[in-house]
Design a protein around this ligand. Structure first.
Ligand SMILES: [Zn+2]
Length: 266
């Protein structure tokens, strides 16, 4: 049994995508599991409104980010404007812009189905979010994997935005080096327990720029098969990261916790 008193922060969770009773149970259990905070990211405006309710109910434990998840149909210009206006009105309550990024999996699926797909409007939308992050001086939470991470890096460099969090990152060694050099952070999900690709990334990336997350309610495999994704799963992630970095679990958890606190200012 892992030490349950280790303070931890779930750096990326979709509270609004859980069935409300499950989300409630998670929030009730967080304290006894040592989960001090969760960073609740948003899919779009409707999702931002739900996360805002969680923030109002749990102002200490829930910290929110507002944005538009790239793996969905593009919003109309009117919808974009509504979201930007809303972010503008609520920017003091959010700790970051997110989740935003590029539609890697949607594009892959379109390609596999022989359908045409234009990434360009998604890149333009991401550029607007980078500008907003820069304007409000907030961190930006990115869904940008493999080749898409390079496009995200180009935009971040163009606007000199350095507070970037690539959640559940996967990509080439070269891009990984570019990201760590630029001071960007990554976060690791519970799949680090059973995915060699993620274990390799953990070996390569500086622990000082790493966080842990669940991306809940996204389900996991291996020892987590069939379980509702819960922030307490991050203890297992921590144990694996600790063994890869040759540190104790306590030391590793403490570094990850302080990284997240520092990055999000929470
Ligand atoms: Zn996510």
């Amino acid at each position: 049994m892992l030490n349950c008193s280790l303070p931890m922060i779930d750096a990326h969770i979709h509270l609004d995508l859980y069935n409300p009773a499950d989300a409630q149970q998670i929030m009730d259990e967080c304290q006894s599991c040592g989960i001090k905070r969760v960073i609740a990211v948003s899919m779009n405006l409707a999702s931002s409104l739900v996360n805002q309710e969680w923030l109002q109910r749990y102002p200490e434990q829930v910290k929110v980010a507002y944005g538009f998840h790239p793996e969905q149909k593009l919003p109309s210009e009117a919808e974009c404007q509504q979201l930007f206006d809303w972010i503008n009105q609520h920017q003091t309550e959010m700790v970051a812009i997110g989740e935003v990024g590029l539609p890697y999996y949607t594009q892959l699926e379109a390609k596999n189905n022989g359908q045409a797909f234009s990434q360009k409007p998604y890149i333009q939308l991401l550029e607007r979010f980078v500008q907003i992050a820069d304007l409000y001086q907030k961190p930006i939470i990115l869904h940008a994997v493999y080749e898409d991470a390079e496009i995200a890096c180009d935009l971040l460099e163009q606007y000199n935005v350095t507070k970037a969090h690539f959640h559940w990152f996967k990509g080439s060694e070269e891009t990984t080096r570019r990201m760590s050099r630029n001071g960007y952070y990554i976060s690791v999900t519970p799949d680090v327990v059973y995915e060699p690709e993620i274990q390799q990334l953990v070996r390569q990336y500086p622990l000082e720029q790493m966080m842990v997350e669940t991306d809940g309610p996204w389900p996991f495999e291996g020892p987590f098969t069939g379980q509702i994704t819960h922030p307490s799963m991050m203890k297992e992630s921590c144990a694996v990261i600790a063994s890869m970095k040759g540190l104790s679990i306590e030391e590793t958890a403490s570094i990850l916790y302080h990284n997240t606190k520092r990055f999000y200012g929470v």
